[in-house]
Design a protein around this ligand. Structure first.
Ligand code: SF4
Length: 352
């Protein structure tokens, strides 16, 4: 049977140091064994290309951790392996996550020449005191320069920001949004600071903004940014959405490569939950997969497509009786702006 397209996520679990809020699967490692790392990743790609069958790759996303720490040769070797063992169409989206402290103009150029066409930059804040508090190893100027360099060489650019720090006010968040508007970003992600246990912040007794203030900040972001929201935390000019994430939220198949990376692969009419190449590989029922599609699709402003499998797991009568929170339109079910604030509750109620 012909393999369906699979997006590829590649995890790079190394960072220069751990940020104070970070609970991602990553470790501070000054000199990782990059040769072994890329050889392992290439082996996993070959493994999945055999197991799934040679498949088309609409997008590749290098996430972390800090993928921009990776030597260019290592990135190129991984891309070569994808080209050799899968079908990488011209125009495939290749995203590299980056920390401004780890990549200069020269390396950025080399990465672009090796195939990167989209750079996602962890800016987090345009205020140096806040960056220090978060445990970031770069300044606001470093981030601004990286954004400008990436824009100048024609990369699609996205930047991540964190709001809702203990000292933040709604006005601070609005100021950040104006700064984002000024530098002409076509995509940004705005994440509310959440305190995770087992992080330095988890051990401090931080005085966080209350829920009402956080909700006001969220609404202010939507009102101030020139970029429309297309997912709970993501904003983009039309056409500049992250195709990789959009595909995953739409329920497309994707392979997670590297330690701890998770995916959903589709082989011979069956969905599998997968973690790395050898860590986990379990069948999931079509019903479970349909529920996952609802959970992820509802995060997007355009919502979840009402395919037959989705219709089987949702309560249409409940949806129709809550038009201020959720609506069906154009073959999709989507949360209203008001519904986005209570998304978890809505999803729980609409799934049967
Ligand atoms: S750079 Fe990113 S992944 Fe690494 S510690 Fe900081 S937040 Fe976590």
């Amino acid at each position: 049977m012909q393999a369906i397209p699979h997006n590829i996520y590649i995890h790079v679990p190394f960072c220069m140091s751990k940020c104070n809020y970070c609970a991602f699967f990553s470790q501070a490692c000054v000199a990782p064994d990059w040769g072994k790392y890329s050889a392992d990743i290439c082996d996993e790609i070959k493994y999945w290309a055999t197991k799934i069958g040679r498949f088309d790759v609409p997008t590749v996303f290098f996430g972390g951790g800090t993928p921009s720490l990776m030597p260019v040769e290592c990135f190129a070797q991984i891309m070569n392996t994808i080209c050799t063992h899968c079908n990488l169409p011209a125009g495939a989206e290749i995203t590299l996550e980056s920390n401004p402290a780890t990549i200069d103009k020269e390396k950025l150029n080399s990465m672009r020449n090796a195939g990167v066409n989209r750079l996602s930059i962890g800016v987090q804040s345009f205020d140096d005191a806040r960056l220090k508090f978060l445990g970031r190893r770069h300044s606001a100027d470093d981030a601004r320069q990286l954004i400008a360099s990436a824009q100048n060489i024609g990369l699609r650019v996205s930047a991540d920001f964190i709001y809702g720090l203990p000292q933040d006010t709604v006005d601070d968040v609005i100021k950040t949004c104006h700064q984002i508007n000024q530098i002409g970003l076509a995509h940004c992600s705005m994440y509310e600071l959440t305190i995770e246990q087992n992080t330095p912040f988890g051990k401090m007794n931080l005085n966080m903004p209350d829920n009402d203030t956080m909700a006001q900040m969220y609404m202010a972001i939507g009102d101030t940014l020139k970029l429309p929201r297309y997912e709970v935390s993501n904003y983009a000019q039309g056409g500049d959405e992250c195709r990789h994430n959009q595909n995953v939220w739409d329920g497309a198949a994707y392979v997670g490569i590297g330690q701890g990376a998770a995916g959903r692969v589709y082989i011979d009419d069956t969905w599998y939950e997968q973690r790395g190449a050898y860590e986990q590989f379990d069948k999931i029922s079509n019903q479970t997969r349909a529920i996952e599609k609802v959970i992820m699709g509802m995060r997007t402003v355009r919502g979840c497509e009402l395919t037959d499998d989705v219709k089987n797991v949702i309560d249409i009568a409940w949806i129709n009786s809550h038009p201020t929170l959720v609506r069906i339109n154009g073959g999709r079910v989507a949360a209203t702006p008001q519904g986005m604030l209570v998304l978890d509750d809505i999803v729980e109620k609409m799934v049967r």
